[in-house]
Design a protein around this ligand. Sequence first.
Ligand SMILES: NC(=O)c1ccc[n+]([C@@H]2O[C@H](COP(=O)([O-])OP(=O)(O)OC[C@H]3O[C@@H](n4cnc5c(N)ncnc54)[C@H](O)[C@@H]3O)[C@@H](O)[C@H]2O)c1
Ligand SMILES: O=c1ccn([C@@H]2O[C@H](COP(=O)(O)OP(=O)(O)O[C@H]3O[C@H](CO)[C@@H](O)[C@H](O)[C@H]3O)[C@@H](O)[C@H]2O)c(=O)[nH]1
Length: 327
Amino acid sequence: MILVTGGAGYIGSHVTRELINQGYEVIVLDNLSTGHQSAIDRRAVFKLGDIGDRQTLDDLFNQYDIKAVMHFAANCLVGESVQNPLKYYDNNVGKTTRLIQSMVENNVKKLIFSSTCAIYGNPEQDIITEQIPKKPINPYGRSKLMIETILSDTLKSDELSYISLRYFNAAGAYPSGEIGEDHDPETHLIPNILKHLQGAVENIEVFGNDYDTPDGTCIRDYIHVQDLTNAHILALKHLLSQPKIGFQYNLGNGKGYSVKEVIGECERITNKKAKVRYAPRRPGDPPVLVASSSKIKNELGWFPVYTLTDSVRSAWQWHIKHPHGYQ
Ligand SMILES: NC(=O)c1ccc[n+]([C@@H]2O[C@H](COP(=O)([O-])OP(=O)(O)OC[C@H]3O[C@@H](n4cnc5c(N)ncnc54)[C@H](O)[C@@H]3O)[C@@H](O)[C@H]2O)c1
Ligand SMILES: O=c1ccn([C@@H]2O[C@H](COP(=O)(O)OP(=O)(O)O[C@H]3O[C@H](CO)[C@@H](O)[C@H](O)[C@H]3O)[C@@H](O)[C@H]2O)c(=O)[nH]1
């Protein structure tokens, strides 16, 4: 059995579905703070609870034969982390530490951790490899880097094995349009553009057009949630087949798109014209984040197969089928 924390959330619900499709048994632990119960595959066991609750964790590890944990549960908004850092240090660092403690004490030795490119901060290199200095510029990135440090120390002192996957910007939806991204409030770029183009919001706000980039807006590397899912399954197989490892891998497409370019792509796919309003920079935003994913390609044979166009198209299908999200 695989324990998926945060399996009611955007990425966790996609990975849960694919794990079950591939024959794994899954138990989802989620407090539904930002997730949706209806996003969880009905074939999974669902436990409503908090990753910070040691009793809940110990009971789960005693009750089920859990071979590995995929840990998605976290708060993950850059802007919110600047406004409310303690929420991030409590949920992402304090509670994750309790999860790791419970795993170690209950002899559950394998963890896949959802890390982020936000740990790199404002890199000097155009393309980010795993080795470059980690200088996060917001509390969210710092909270994830702290857990990477804790994992690397735990690897040395205990029999815990882990793979940390540093995602760039997750995008897109399940190909059938059954599950997708639904946050309240929504802060991510692509869903916000699509919601605007559906008429739910009057305009799309662009946070800063005075960055040192070709069109002045921030550049990100958008990676399809199904490509992320495939990486998790490969990482799980690798982790389960090895005695003791501690690896970190970037997950991105290796191509950056500016906010303006993403708006253009959404307009093209929906055949609608966006009304753009320029707003000040959002605190905590680095100008450019683009991945090198050579390490995971070489070591685990992972390759992204979806483009930005695929991400926007599948997200649009999700929005058309579910104009009010999971409600
Ligand atoms: N979305 C991205 O672009 C992105 C990029 C890099 C990394 N990540 C990481 O991927 C993971 C998943 O992100 P997402 O976009 O799916 O977010 P999400 O908010 O959609 O999902 C997070 C899930 O975790 C649950 N949760 C949060 N705190 C919990 C707690 N204390 N106990 C139990 N459940 C809890 C929420 O209810 C939700 O279902 C996060 O760890 C995030 O930091 C996301
Ligand atoms: O309405 C919007 C929303 C976003 N942006 C901009 O679009 C870019 C992307 O923003 P967003 O979609 O919010 O993603 P990020 O802030 O890059 O953060 C996401 O991607 C990170 C990896 O880069 C993850 O770690 C985070 O969890 C996840 O929230 C940024 O420049 C934003 O300022 C806008 O201009 N208008």
